[in-house]
Design a protein around this ligand. Structure first.
Ligand SMILES: *Cc1c(COP(=O)(O)O)cnc(C)c1O
Length: 660
């Protein structure tokens, strides 16, 4: 490094720490750039090509990906609020959905051309991933050029698929547990021009299908779901393997073949299906499964089934942390790699046996639906950050313990910080014992605790830049973080963050040209201590705090949760009776954007009706009580009016807090 470079670097460093000491210093803005925010929140890693940061320091959305057109997310939220759509709000970008479908199909088309595969790809969308009507309708429309179909995993989903799918040539894959009505409904839909494929998941379904076919005189297309012995990976690894919940083990597959043959229906068996779990983070796992499935496929052909379809299930991953690794929140392959491997593997297995290649099907849900929605929510307030108050040196009158602790605090260095930390912990524990026995006043205890946190903060500042941090200090960051209270229910809007520790990218959608000087964890509106977020994406592993900006007076602070478009909506629950959020659909037009649908979130009347309360009865009850209280002179008429007004207004409004 040249001497001039070094000195300017040192100057910058000095300036930075000076500025950091005063986050409101005007120069904080000048030194922090949007590039710093890009790197900090890793938006390129997980967001490309849809999300980025613009010169104003706001998140930009390019719903058509590389094909042009973008909007400022902060401005959009402001515009929605002007239309009386309060936060939290779920914003769906239908163009992103279209782009995902285009991308998946383009990757398969490219792979098919590259390997001169003589078959075609006919993807299907697993409805369970997001059943919302507007989304499924969009999906069917966008899928038309590709004959993209739907996959149903239950009877209600079958009903959606039957009524919504209208792409000639698109497939309707019928998975899940089936009864006679399910099977007959699927078969009869052939008469409407659908191409249902009934996938046998349980041996009991074989006689069911044979009888239905005879009764209705319809020859169905059948598939079998094989229980592969190739193991999945990660959270959903148990979807494959001998103990998997679904699918036929190999002896059962053979039994199904025998039964179909005896019923003269072996020609109906045309599809092999497997699904090794969701969010497969390693491409090697997919390849192993493919190899096994291809062998089963060719063997079934040789047994006389008229095989023509291979359905590789779901599992195509989403890179939530943008690290491109085989970490559970990431994936070490692209959609193109995935398509190439599927096509090449099947091609090779079929040509080795001189068999015609099948139509390829994938049931990618997460990879199609995750990116299209963004949940924007506001911060209601923050807790004090411990250890930031000014510390006065103790006087002669202070307790000896306090003086000793101050001594530790005053002499923390990079050499002794670990020892200093243990001393501080011990002093604090002693203080609590003394307090419990009545030897320390409440004021003294408060002083000790304040000093303890100041000491921890000093240690944290020292170790933050160290390569190696001793295990016992790892929680310091979290313990010293602020808590940001968010206008949201984790249980309703990101249930997987609670249930299975799933990571989603979360970041401010504005002020990205300002340094986020606070480190925070998030706490939601519910009265449940699980309703919090304390794990955030990071390049390596996860981090326990998120860098956020200090709140400004009279200015809202908006955070965005990204990549949550799959599974979260339907799995969300009504814990504490926080209902569905407001939802809008945004579609890009040559002039900008257009709000296509507005789905208002639940009102209190609605959530209360889910638990069998009738709002009229509730109001009547309050009215009656007010009258009694009036008679007894316990309430004034004005107070009674105000109470009833609030009560009725609440019933007709959003379950979340209003900050306007
Ligand atoms: C859930 C599921 C899918 C979708 O999986 P993704 O990982 O979201 O792509 C596909 N097929 C079956 C049978 C499923 O159960």
């Amino acid at each position: 490094m040249s001497p001039t470079r070094q000195s300017s670097e040192a100057m910058l460093q000095a300036l930075r720490s000076q500025v950091n000491a005063d986050p409101h210093h005007a120069q904080a803005r000048a030194l922090w750039t949007i590039e710093d925010s890009e790197e900090l929140y890793r938006i390129h890693g997980w967001g490309e090509p849809y999300f980025s940061i613009n010169a104003a320091g706001h998140v930009m959305v390019a719903p058509k990906g590389d094909r042009g057109g973008s909007l400022d997310l902060y401005d959009l939220v402001t515009a929605l609020k002007q239309r009386n759509l309060g936060l939290p709000i779920l914003i769906r970008f239908s163009d992103i959905l279209e782009d995902r479908i285009e991308r998946l199909n383009a990757c398969f088309a490219k792979a098919i051309a590259r390997y001169r595969y003589s078959g075609v790809y006919r993807g299907v969308f697993p409805v369970k991933c997001n059943q919302q009507r507007h989304l499924v309708e969009d999906l069917v429309r966008f899928g038309q050029p590709h004959r993209f179909g739907l996959e149903a995993g239950s009877k209600p989903e079958l009903l959606i698929a039957l009524a919504t799918l209208d792409n000639p040539g698109a497939l309707l894959i019928c998975n899940g547990y089936k009864d006679r009505e399910y099977v007959e409904t699927a078969m009869l839909s052939q008469r409407l021009g659908h191409t249902p494929i009934i996938v046998l998941e349980q041996l009991e379904e074989v006689p069911l299908v044979i009888e239905a076919s005879r009764r209705l005189n319809i020859r169905p297309i059948l598939g079998v779901r094989a229980k592969l012995s190739s193991k999945g990976i990660g959270r959903w690894g148990g979807s494959a393997g001998d103990r998997a919940k679904f699918g036929l083990a190999i002896p059962e597959v053979l039994s199904a073949v025998e039964q179909l043959k005896a019923a003269d229906m072996l020609d109906c068996l045309q599809l092999l299906h497997f699904h090794i779990g969701s969010q497969i983070s390693a491409i090697s796992v997919i390849k192993d499964a493919l190899r096994e499935a291809c062998q089963i496929y060719v063997e079934l052909s040789e047994l006389g089934a008229q095989m023509g379809y291979l359905d590789v299930g779901g599992g195509l991953g989403v890179d939530y942390d943008g690290s491109k690794t085989n970490f559970s929140a990431s994936k070490n392959y692209s959609i193109q790699n995935y398509a190439n491997d599927v096509v090449a593997e099947v091609q090779e297995a079929c040509s080795a046996r001189n068999l015609p290649v099948p139509t390829l099907i994938s049931e990618s849900g997460r990879a199609i639906a995750s990116h299209q929605s963004v949940l924007v929510f506001d911060v209601l307030g923050t807790s004090d950050r411990p250890g930031l108050e000014a510390i006065e040196p103790p006087t002669e009158d202070d307790h000896a313990l306090l003086r000793e602790l101050y001594d530790t605090y005053a002499h923390v260095t990079i050499k002794n910080y670990q020892e200093a930390y243990h001393d501080a912990v011990q002093f604090k524990d002693e203080a609590i014992s003394l307090f419990n026995f009545g030897y320390l006043s409440l004021t003294e205890r408060a002083k000790v605790e304040r000093l303890y946190w100041a000491c921890c903060r000093r240690i944290l500042e020292l170790v933050r830049h160290e390569e190696y941090v001793p295990d016992d200090l790892e929680d310091l960051d979290k313990n010293l973080a602020s808590i940001y209270y968010i206008n949201l229910s984790v249980f309703q809007s990101m249930p997987d963050a609670w249930a299975i520790d799933q990571l989603f990218p979360i970041m401010p959608i504005h002020r990205l040209d300002e340094e986020p000087t606070n480190r925070a964890t998030l706490a939601d509106l519910t009265c449940d201590s699980d309703g919090k977020i304390e794990q955030f994406i990071d390049l390596r592993d996860v981090k326990s705090v998120l860098e956020l900006h200090p709140l400004k007076e009279q200015e809202p602070y908006y955070l965005g949760l990204f990549l949550g478009g799959a599974y979260q909506e339907i799995m969300g629950n009504l814990h504490n009776l926080f209902g569905d959020t407001n939802t809008v659909h945004i579609h890009m037009t040559p002039k900008g954007y257009q709000i296509e649908h507005v789905v208002k979130g639940d009102t209190m009347t609605e959530v209360l009706s889910y638990v069998q309360y009738d709002s009229e009865d509730l109001i009547e009850n309050i009215r009656r009580r007010s009258e009694y209280a009036l008679q007894d002179g316990k309430i004034t008429i004005q107070e009674a009016q105000l109470l009833l007004q609030h009560y009725e207004h609440s019933l007709n409004h959003y379950t979340y807090l209003s900050t306007d």
